[in-house]
Design a protein around this ligand. Structure first.
Ligand SMILES: [Zn+2]
Length: 300
């Protein structure tokens, strides 16, 4: 019997009543099923009985895990890599706009192979990465010569040190949500920003795909956020959400993966077409975009 974590109280509001939401399959590594629940009080979503930190490694073991690798096979991967180039520019634009400084000290938590860090380094930022996978850390070091540390490093950083903390689709993977949020507050300078990108469970594509929505990504995604969930979590840790920005590309990528989960004939094409619809819809209401970037500042 493997070791799992059962959520008894909501990590955001401490309420102890939960409701079942959906049952989702691990379409990536194991085909195992997991239940999603939500807090009956604040509505925060989570994967119930998820594997502990010790056990979860095997759920990441697949050559297809493109967030962490550099393969270039298949149309989904190709689009992913093209989109990444554009995404790098929009990410740095967000950082420069909201940090309101031209250079500074930046830490990217869950930096993967280091594309974003390298992009910022070329813009004269002092950059550090955190990545828990040793082989992925090695790629980042060899490919870009980056300073990339293991997961424990987050808790060794002195207080008031970082002008910018970025977490691109990472917080939803982290078991110790409150501990991490506390630490973000400590290491950030008083005028600094934390930039947190998350899938949006209130998105048009989530509503359409239900349990096949690829961004539930159980059991790797432990937490399932809406904009109001993230705001509650931020406020709990004395942060204000100063801005929310849409990540338009994710609607295409997630729709294509979701169609693949549903084993739709010509799923990539169908997903691409639906991605356009969700993209156009999200222009009318950005808070229903597939993924959102939240910019947090310390409360004054
Ligand atoms: Zn709650």
């Amino acid at each position: 019997m493997s070791e799992t974590i059962h959520i008894y109280t909501c990590p955001i509001c401490d309420n102890s009543e939960t409701e079942p939401l959906l049952t989702c399959k691990d379409n990536f590594a194991t085909d195992e099923e997991f239940n999603l629940c939500k807090c009956s009080k604040c509505g925060f979503g989570f994967t119930q009985d998820f594997p502990s930190e010790k056990e979860i490694g095997r759920y990441y073991e697949s050559p297809d895990y493109i967030s962490h690798t550099d393969t270039n096979k298949g149309i989904i991967n190709w689009l992913y890599h093209q989109a990444r180039k554009i995404a790098l520019k929009s990410k740095s634009k967000i950082v420069l706009k909201y940090a309101a400084i031209k250079t500074g000290s930046l830490i990217d938590i869950g930096c993967g192979t280091g594309y974003f860090l390298n992009h910022m380094k070329r813009m004269k930022w002092i950059v550090t990465g955190i990545e828990q996978s040793e082989p992925v850390r090695r790629i980042a070091k060899e490919k870009f010569g980056l300073n990339v540390q293991d997961a424990d490093y987050l808790f060794k950083i002195p207080e008031n040190k970082k002008n910018v903390i970025t977490m691109w689709h990472v917080l939803e993977h982290m078991e110790h949500l409150n501990k991490v949020m506390n630490q973000l507050y400590k290491i950030l300078t008083d005028d600094g920003i934390a930039v947190i990108a998350l899938p949006n469970k209130n998105s048009f594509d989530a509503a359409h795909y239900k349990s096949s929505w690829a961004a539930y990504d159980v059991p790797r995604h432990l937490w399932h956020f809406s904009p109001s969930d993230l705001k509650l979590l931020a406020n709990k840790h004395k942060f204000d959400v100063v801005a929310i920005k849409p990540m338009y590309f994710d609607a295409f990528y997630i729709s294509m993966l979701s169609e693949k989960n549903k084993k739709t004939f010509a799923g990539s094409f169908v997903g691409l077409c639906k991605g356009w619809i969700f993209f156009l819809l999200s222009l009318t209401n950005t808070k229903r975009c597939s993924s959102l970037v939240y910019i947090l500042k310390k409360q004054k």
